[in-house]
Design a protein around this ligand. Sequence first.
Ligand code: ADP
Ligand code: MG
Length: 228
Amino acid sequence: MIDLKNITFKWHKNDNKPTLTISELVIKKGERVFLHGPSGSGKSTLLTLLAGINTATSGDIFILNKNLNTLSNTNRDVFRADHIGYIFQNFNLLPYLTPIENVILGCQFSKSRQKTALKQSATLNQEATRLLNALGLTEQYHKKDVATLSVGQQQRVAAARAFIGSPELIIADEPTSALDTNNRESFIKLLFEQAKHSNSTLVFVSHDESLQPLFDRSINLISLQENI
Ligand code: ADP
Ligand code: MG
């Protein structure tokens, strides 16, 4: 699913030291991977590279056997829309839309994800409803403005948006940081159920190491970078 070789990444070309230097990272299809490291260690930066939001300064990143560095900006955007669901740390939801509308936006730029969603349910509306229920947002909230929901509820909307149309890769950037421990674990279990349902690989970032035992594998970004 992910194959990354000898990459460096600098935010600015004049930086004297790269933010990231990684010799190898391989993640297999279907794995649920926990990526951790202290604040500022480059976790979010790495996720933007995996999603093709930023490109490596040197080295190659293959996602589903596609070398992201060889794609044009437009084709990288298309690739991301088709294959990657991204749960942002701040969720990036549209506040004046409802949860249902926000979830449908998750597949608006991808014909193939719309098609997959419509194999699950008769309409995109019904598929958004199914996902919101599966991720633990009860129906009374489905048609309210997203801005009126709690952080925990917004997080469920962001997750449902990432999963619509069953992208092969789900990337989650500290989506549980605002939740208490019990809610964190139960939310992660719902993420796992959906990942299984849609056959998605899951890369989950957190600085909270207590979550580590829930995952198939855990990667420490600091030792990954020392391993050059
Ligand atoms: P983490 O997610 O592990 O807390 P980040 O990837 O956000 O770490 O940050 C790693 C480093 O990259 C930090 O030194 C941070 O200041 C820098 N950085 C993050 N985002 C940007 C940006 N948009 N522009 C320039 N530097 C950035
Ligand atoms: Mg971060």
